[in-house]
Write a protein of this length. Structure first.
Lengths: 278, 278
């Protein structure tokens, strides 16, 4: 399979944004709220901070203690909603267990105009109606790759495996609204890689998709993420599929970087909106 | 095909609700907001009012003029949000053209705890996440019929045709969250009725599905609604399919009555919630 470099796509997107922001004199401001000190959360937010800096923006980190109560967290969000200098607000997930249970209410407190993750229930819900102000960056990243590989999706058999609110449901909704059929499976199952022209696998198992599973020349977007023996992998056994036809967005170096570039796009758009430029 | 009586299912549901409400001393109060005087809207809201009365509840009709501005409509909604005597709020759609463009914002003003139509963007969005407080009655009505015909959906090929925020997207999301695969088509196309065990057709064309299209013994839920020569019909040519195997929820007398019974269920649940009984 031809391996698609998510890193290169991300770089292209970010360069375009940096130039446009520079030309328009836009310096987007993203506030990232992190509750507690989970190491993986801290790693991800540093990547986001770096990416936002690369497009001429800045990040305001709001680090809150692990044991913060819901009301205090809601107050912190409301302050950022009210602060005109803040263009976008991102609440890093997962939250500590107690708050995670009330995630929907907490996400719902973010003003939809600043919801650059597209995670507020209202933006998620609007997607199937008259349109969301912001759409989940993971779903946008999948679309970016699909549209680059296939300028037209006419007649393509599209299969999505997973059931998440941030990848599968928004991606399926967007494709359906664009008038393309799409088949949804809650989890990857044997045979799917042989049936699809475009296969996006979020939920599966580490490295289960191998050469023998692939027929024709599908585009496979791997949206899984697992740690195995100290390194990261996805649902596709990358080494085994090199001889197959088609395209692979692999893990690592695939969806992750594109997702963060899409966040930069959302943040830049939020900044223009906040300055009345859209 | 065996014709399923939506009228009879609706009656069963309403009788169960009436008894439960009587036993628990619950008299649910539904506020219905109607903007303008579209005849079809007025017909539908009278049916809803009658159904709510049949389960021991009452309806407060809020009739607003066609040319009401958005702010005044939002104020009317906010008054109902604040009124503790009102358990559920339903905004009859479609709105007049000018307001219809701002439908998402207007629906979003309804408190999610009173959103018995499940139409607020936030309840729609929560469905793919940690769960909606209320789900669209049309999607619930489809599920009611599916679950009555098939106690298990294991191994069933499910196809949904349409792209609406109130039927297809929520139904697909619920089925996926229940871990069943589902195939989505933006519109009915030739051959679908021959491929599905369960086929829900919202978007198609009047009476296009005929006996020759049906293979095996599918359950077909007709969620289309058209006026032809002075009478209503759906996507299925009912007279032509009597000799086929399977089950048909027809139009008229199918989804419509079940949908209103599901509204009564949502209104009764809102009333219990409002009284601290859930």
């Amino acid at each position: 399979m031809e391996v698609i470099s998510g890193t290169r796509i991300a770089q292209e997107i970010r360069e375009g944004l940096r130039e446009a922001n520079l030309n328009d004199g836009i310096k987007p401001v993203l506030a990232i709220i992190v509750v507690g000190d989970r190491q993986d959360n801290l790693v991800y937010v540093r990547l986001k901070e770096k990416a936002v800096a690369s497009i001429g923006g800045e990040t305001r980190m709001v680090l809150l203690p692990e044991d913060i109560g819901k009301q205090d967290l809601l107050t912190a969000i409301e302050e950022l909603n009210q602060d005109n200098k803040v263009d976008g607000i991102l609440l890093q997930l997962p939250l500590p267990d107690e708050l995670e249970k009330e995630k929907e209410e907490i996400l719902g407190a973010i003003k939809i105009e600043k919801d650059v993750d597209g995670f507020t229930p209202a933006n998620r819900g609007r997607l199937a109606g008259d349109g969301a102000l912001f759409v989940s960056c993971a779903a946008l990243a999948c679309l970016e790759v699909i549209d680059r590989v296939y300028p037209s999706l006419e007649g393509k058999k599209i299969i999505l495996a997973g059931d998440s609110f941030d990848v599968v449901v928004p991606l399926a909704t967007i494709l359906l609204k664009r008038q393309y059929p799409v088949s949804l499976y809650p989890c990857y199952q044997d045979g799917l890689a042989g049936k699809a022209d475009i296969l996006m696998v979020e939920k599966g198992a580490p490295r289960i998709i191998r050469e023998a599973d692939i027929q024709g020349e599908p585009l496979i977007i791997d949206a899984g993420f697992y740690w195995e023996s100290g390194s990261s992998c996805g649902n596709v056994h990358c080494e085994s599929v090199t001889g197959s036809g088609g395209y692979l967005l692999p893990v690592p170096g695939g969806l992750g970087p594109v997702l963060i570039a899409k966040l930069c796009e959302n943040v830049s758009r939020a900044a223009r909106r906040n300055r009345g430029q859209v």
